[in-house]
Design a protein around this ligand. Structure first.
Ligand code: DGY
Length: 324
């Protein structure tokens, strides 16, 4: 029997590519550049399975190529799926899976990295050193603020939010508030130190750091807009490791310029890889290039999670991480 035809839209860690090559008729994107709409449409016509990731925009218009085409499953490499129109997938009979669980700790580490970097002015300080502008230690220079003992407000309290809470509460003695549609169990609250906030506005008013951990997509687009940024303390920092579209970037740039809030740490942007020009000249924002899951261990685990989902699908079983 011929092996299913599988497309990886980007290069993956070598050991996962090898693993998949032993089981499928695998095509790799040799140039490792994001695929455009015409190439994705062409792929939907010929591959049994496609493994896309956050750089592939799979809107309804693109997915329509799968009706009468070949693709029956999208094994997404990543947990966030706001780049895929899930309703269109359902209409065209395409199964979609993601990779929950395996990138939790790595992404929480980046949230903490951003909190520490912005509060302790690490990006600014490193620029000073590299640009030969550092002229020595002084009691009043490059003074930031403590992270330890402050209040952290989490917007979204799934796996990554909870992992961030655990590290912040047990590692830095932080008081943790969270806002989410569903209140977590008493066990989770006890393990993370998380206290539920019924209103987002209350959490914004009380937090020294507001960290976003909700899914992206139309429901949360610009959840943090100009009026919500105004609700935050003037001394507070906004951290985003979720999805760029959750924040109104123009409003945030203005709030940072006007010192409506003290600073921000961003790992994600609405139109990646474009980073709004308005952020680039500001010292009170740390800008990372979507590093949340970027550790070798995590990227291998993500690939193996996709492999597990494909194996179950092609064996006629329900994949573990089906989202559509
Ligand atoms: C994720 O898994 O959602 C990461 O942000 C990469 O897409």
């Amino acid at each position: 029997m011929s092996k299913p035809k599988l497309l990886l839209t980007r290069r993956w860690p070598r050991e996962v590519e090898r693993y998949l090559a032993g089981r499928y008729d695998v095509t790799l994107n040799k140039h490792d550049t994001p695929m455009d709409a015409p190439s994705l449409k062409a792929a939907l016509a010929v591959f049994d399975a496609i493994c896309p990731t956050v750089t592939d925009k799979l809107a309804a218009e693109v997915l329509a190529a799968a009706s009468g085409g070949k693709t029956k499953i999208l094994g997404n490499y990543g947990v966030g799926v706001s780049h895929i129109d899930l309703q269109a997938c359902q209409r065209f009979g395409i199964v979609v899976t993601n990779t929950p669980g395996v990138l939790t700790e790595a992404t929480a580490e980046i949230a903490l990295t951003l909190m520490l970097m912005i509060a302790r002015r690490a990006g600014e300080g490193e620029r000073q050193v590299r640009e030969h502008h550092w002229d020595g230690w002084a009691p009043t220079r490059m003074v930031g603020v403590d992270v330890t003992g402050k209040t952290l407000g989490l917007v979204g309290f799934g796996r990554i939010g909870q992992a961030t809470a655990r590290k912040a509460h047990h590692g830095f003695g932080m008081r943790v508030l969270y806002y989410s549609r569903k209140r977590a169990t008493a066990e989770i609250e006890a393990a993370t130190g998380g206290q539920h906030c019924a209103r987002l506005e209350d959490l914004l008013q009380q937090s020294d750091f507001v960290s976003l951990h909700c899914p992206g997509g139309s429901e949360t687009r610009h959840l943090l807009d100009a009026s919500r940024l105004q609700r935050m303390k003037r001394s507070a920092f906004l951290i985003n490791t979720a999805r760029g579209e959750v924040v109104d970037e123009a409003a945030l740039a203005e709030a940072l310029r006007q010192k409506v809030i003290a600073g921000a740490g961003l790992d994600v942007y609405e139109h990646e890889p474009q980073v709004p020009e308005a952020f680039l000249g500001l010292e009170n924002v740390v800008l990372l290039p979507h590093l949340g899951s970027a550790t070798l261990e995590t990227r291998v685990a993500m690939g193996m999670r996709v492999a597990g989902n494909l194996e179950r699908f092609f064996a006629g079983l329900e994949p573990d991480d089906r989202v559509a």
